[in-house]
Design a protein around this ligand. Structure first.
Ligand code: CO8
Length: 260
């Protein structure tokens, strides 16, 4: 697939994905959703050398200002439900991706943009970032997982307030609520995201994948997270990485993980 709305740049085995519709504040139109889906389902699994992925927005105003409202009036009959299903399936690809995915939130993260950031494993907010779920202003509700991931991240009371009032919050408030992991000066979001990925890249890659899988298991319907952790733990103890990590500790040297 040729990417029209995603700009991909790779440096030091970290892929930077930039939502590149600056004039529309990087709003997620259908084409962009297709591209994100293709990227995570077809393209990234083949880029086995990557340490992690960073998502950010073009320009200095927006990460992503939501789903593209200009395409909304087409939604009639069953189409709205189908689009929400496709978006949720797509964002699950991000959440379940076995390598760290970090949102570098450089401006507005509204509606689907806030939902996209929440599907990432970690979130770094620039000090100009603004978060909100303004869907009720349009007479709809979040559809890309917002009611669920917001409740997971900040709790029911604040999630309800956020989604019912459509109020925007700034980066320090997002940090206080646990919506983002770090707040950094504007323009430093991607650098901080890179540092986080470099930190995880020095660990056992299978262990990192199993952490993602096990933490996600807490929120998966019908999955026993504790049982998932036991299974995943057992799997990590049968890796060469585990032999290397434990041996390196005993030999007082830095571990050199092969991801096997
Ligand atoms: N969709 C399409 N275009 C957008 C969007 C958007 N979400 N946000 C901004 N734009 C466009 C504007 O239309 C404008 O374009 P133009 O110059 O052609 O008129 C340009 O970006 C700049 O925007 P503004 O002039 O409005 O800039 P301001 O600085 O005045 O305001 C705001 C910035 C506050 C971010 C404002 O643009 C705004 O409120 N945007 C809408 C935010 C919003 O409501 N987002 C949620 C959308 S709903 C959603 O995301 C649901 C997700 C689940 C969907 C499931 C099925 C599809």
């Amino acid at each position: 697939m040729t990417y029209e709305n995603l700009l991909l740049t790779e440096e030091n085995n970290i892929l930077l994905v930039t939502f590149n519709r600056e004039k529309a504040l990087n709003a997620l139109n259908r084409r962009t959703m297709l591209e994100i889906n293709h990227l995570f389902s077809n393209d990234l699994p083949q880029r086995t050398h990557l340490k992690g992925i960073i998502l950010t927005g073009a320009g200095d105003r927006a990460f992503v200002a939501g789903a593209d409202i200009k395409e909304f009036l087409e939604m009639e009959g069953d189409l709205g439900r189908q689009m929400a299903q496709y978006g949720q399936d797509t964002f699950f690809l991000i959440e379940r991706f076995p390598k760290p995915v970090v949102a570098a939130v450089n401006g507005f993260a509204l509606g689907g943009g806030c939902e996209l950031a929440m599907a990432c494993h970690l979130r770094v907010a620039g000090e100009k970032a603004r978060f909100g779920q303004p869907e009720v202003n349009l007479g709809i509700i979040p559809g890309y997982g917002g009611t669920q991931r917001l409740t997971q991240l900040i709790g029911k009371g604040k999630a309800l307030e956020f989604c019912m009032t459509a109020d925007m919050i700034d980066a320090p408030e997002a940090y206080r609520l646990g919506l983002v992991n770090y707040v950094v000066p504007a323009g430093e979001e991607v650098n901080m995201a890179k540092k986080l990925i470099e930190k995880t890249a020095s660990k056992g890659p299978i262990a990192i994948a199993k952490v993602i899988e096990s933490v996600n298991a807490f929120f998966e319907d019908g999955v026993d997270g504790f049982a998932c952790e036991i299974k995943a733990f057992g799997e990590t103890t049968n890796t060469l990485d585990f032999r290397e990590g434990a041996t390196a500790f005993i030999e007082k040297r830095v571990a050199n993980f092969a991801g096997k």
